[in-house]
Design a protein around this ligand. Structure first.
Ligand SMILES: O=C(CO)COP(=O)(O)O
Length: 133
């Protein structure tokens, strides 16, 4: 599966710990991440990560483009709900595309845990059917 990992600054520690804890699952998938998130996860886990631009520099839009091209199966985007982001429109656009293309998306760690465990069990085979629409 193609998985996107993104985290705002105050959620970086959380996503790093998430990637460490679930490295044994993530290593079987193709991971894309925004610039800083990707670098930190790479350093902490050694996982190969396709890094796009940092979020404020267009990274969210690049991941949105992957979704629009049906190249993304799951998005884990740990948002900071308490800090204003200069690229808020890009964030909303990415989440909107997840809804347009019916991509499972987690915006907090509780949902992220559920999604990755479902992924481990191979519960996303229905995505293949949706992809063929
Ligand atoms: O801003 C982001 C998502 O909106 C994340 O970007 P970075 O991973 O480069 O910090």
């Amino acid at each position: 599966m193609n998985v996107a990992l993104i985290a705002h600054d105050r959620k970086k520690d959380t996503i790093i710990n998430f990637a460490i804890a679930y490295k044994h699952i993530l290593e079987h998938h193709h991971i894309t991440a925004t610039g800083t998130t990707g670098r930190l996860i790479q350093e902490a886990t050694g996982l190969p990560i396709h890094r796009v631009q940092s979020g404020p520099l267009g990274g969210d839009q690049q991941i949105g483009a992957e979704i629009a091209q049906n190249n993304m199966d799951l998005v884990i985007f740990l948002r900071d709900p308490l800090t204003a982001q200069p690229h808020e429109p890009d964030i909303l656009a990415l989440l909107r595309l997840c809804d347009v293309y019916k991509i499972p998306v987690a915006t907090n760690i509780a949902t992220a845990e559920i999604l990755i465990r479902a992924m481990e069990k191979g519960e996303f085979h229905w995505r293949e059917i949706v992809k063929e629409r």
